[in-house]
Each structure stands twice: as structure tokens, then as C-alpha cells.
Design a protein around this ligand. Structure first.
Ligand code: FES
Length: 129
């Protein structure tokens, strides 16, 4: 593993960004990796369909927690519809290293939770006329 990216991942793991809970989130989702039990919870605050604030909590391996931390940094100011469509490649671009197939679930846990939060919220929106 490239040393810079290893350090980058460890930095996010040790100093997670946007860690904690929002007092009154508009959307919350939580899930775990069934293989290991590692967890992520994500709270979103929305303003007119745009992510105005985000927090996450969780416990687990460095890749799962670091990739969730990186995700929270990349979604503030984005429309919820766009968050719901984020591809796995967005996580891989954030992490910046090749992820082995066995660690792919770790890397994607935060995205899975984030997308379930976004999709659940969008599903509750009234259809536009
Ligand atoms: Fe559990 Fe990575 S080992 S999410």
C-alpha cells in the first residue's frame, strides 16, 4: 500500500471528520457489515433538499471508518438526489488506493448507509406535479 494513502486513511481513522450525532437530524440511517458486525450511523441535515450538515458515528476497521469520514467531507452542499446516486467509484477515489475484494465491504459500508438514508428520504418526498 502506498505510504501516503496509508497515512491518509489512518489519519481519517484516528481523527474522523464530522464524527458525532446531529441534535435534530432530518434523516438518519444505520447499518452494519454482517460479516464482522462493524457499524456506521449517518445523520443528515437538509436545507431545501441539499445536505447542509452531516455527522457519523461507528465502530470498526480503519477502512470502514476512514471511508465514512471521507464521505462526510464530500457530501456537504450536495443535493440529496446526487448523494443517492453516488457510485462506489466515488469511495474508491476518496480512499485513493486499490481495495482488495475482501475489504470492499469495509470500504462501501459508509456509502451503503448514506445511500439508504438518501433513498429512504427521497422515497418519502411527494411526487412533483
Ligand atoms: Fe468490518 Fe471492515 S472488518 S467493516
Amino acid at each position: 500500500m502506498d505510504d501516503f494513502y496509508k497515512e491518509y486513511i489512518l489519519d481519517h481513522y484516528r481523527n474522523p471528520r464530522n464524527f458525532g450525532r446531529l441534535e435534530s437530524p432530518d434523516v438518519t440511517a444505520q447499518d452494519n457489515n454482517p460479516l464482522c458486525g462493524d457499524e456506521i450511523r449517518i445523520d443528515l441535515a437538509l436545507n431545501d433538499g441539499v445536505v447542509s450538515d452531516v455527522r457519523f458515528t461507528g465502530k470498526g476497521c480503519a477502512i470502514s471508518q476512514a471511508s465514512a469520514s471521507m464521505l462526510t467531507e464530500s457530501i456537504k452542499g450536495k443535493r440529496l438526489e446526487d448523494v443517492a446516486k453516488l457510485p462506489p467509484q466515488a469511495v474508491l477515489d476518496n480512499v485513493g488506493i486499490g481495495i482488495s475484494p475482501t475489504r470492499m465491504r469495509c470500504a462501501m459500508l459508509g456509502l451503503k448507509v448514506l445511500k439508504s438514508a438518501a433513498l429512504g428520504e427521497i422515497a418519502g418526498w411527494p411526487d412533483e406535479e
